[in-house]
Design a protein around this ligand. Structure first.
Ligand code: FE
Length: 255
């Protein structure tokens, strides 16, 4: 399987802090059945700045290290971009990187307690240029926990969303778990990824998450998520079901 969201590159954000941890994360990923990881370091989140050319170089270095250590895993370049106004200008300036550099999908993170008002307009603008925003872990955003249908509008307008494996399994608490499943159920999610930062509290949980998703939503949803990850790294169109508004009844119904 492919993991689209992972902080496996060492020493450049709050993910792996050294090469040994990167390698141990790679070994763990392989044991979970992951063969390809898109490395997505933070960019523009107020603490970390990781531009395209640097990420591509770090990915190449890690791939060489994996080869040397005989770990059968491929790392592809990506970036987790905090929403900011100049994303498209910086994309043109080659600072912003699409997932696997295909020129198609951008990983976008909202501030943890807000859905900025300008997101809708900005998404419209970047989508009109042929880029597709993928909103990372909406289930962990405290504004969306209160008003999940803010996400509905963005998805209806063509954005995609990625849920984090540890959210689905309950590692981020009950509320986050519940929202994850409501979002999946309402066709507001298109990918599950690890967002692994280490092998402690922020590990992969991918296998466990797929098992939970299979039990709660069926094998078809699992296949859709697995295939969509493949489409992303190939720069192709993803599967989407018509998004639904989350109803209050549904909201209280699960878990
Ligand atoms: Fe992340």
């Amino acid at each position: 399987m492919i993991d689209l969201h992972c902080h496996i590159l060492s020493g450049i954000d709050d993910g792996a802090s050294n090469d040994e941890i990167s390698l141990n994360m790679a070994r763990k990923a392989f044991l979970e059945g992951i063969h390809t990881i898109v490395a997505t370091p933070h960019h523009q989140n107020g603490r970390y700045f990781n531009e395209k050319k640097d990420i591509i170089q770090y990915v190449q270095e890690l791939n060489e290290l994996l080869k040397k250590e005989e770990i059968p895993l491929t790392i592809l370049p990506g970036q987790e971009i905090r929403l900011y106004g100049e994303i498209f200008e910086d994309y043109q300036a080659e600072k912003i990187l699409t997932l696997n550099d295909t020129g198609k999908y951008l990983f976008i993170e909202f501030p943890s307690s807000q859905v900025p008002h300008y997101a809708e307009r900005l998404f419209f603008d970047i989508q009109s240029k042929g880029l597709i925003p993928i909103i990372v872990h909406p289930e962990r955003n405290s504004r969306l926990l209160e008003e999940p249908n803010l996400l509905y509008k963005l998805i209806k307008n063509g954005a995609l969303a990625q849920v984090t494996a540890g959210s689905v399994t309950g590692h981020f608490g009950k509320k986050v778990k519940r929202l994850s499943h409501q979002l999946i159920q309402s066709n507001l999610v298109h990918f599950v990824s690890s967002d692994a930062h280490n092998l402690g509290g922020r590990s992969f949980y991918m296998r466990e998450a797929l098992e939970v998703i299979k039990n709660e939503h069926g094998q078809d949803t699992v296949y859709m998520f697995l295939e969509n990850a493949q489409y992303v790294i190939q720069g192709q169109m993803c599967h989407k079901e018509p998004p639904e508004v989350i109803k209050k009844k549904k909201f209280l119904g699960i878990f």
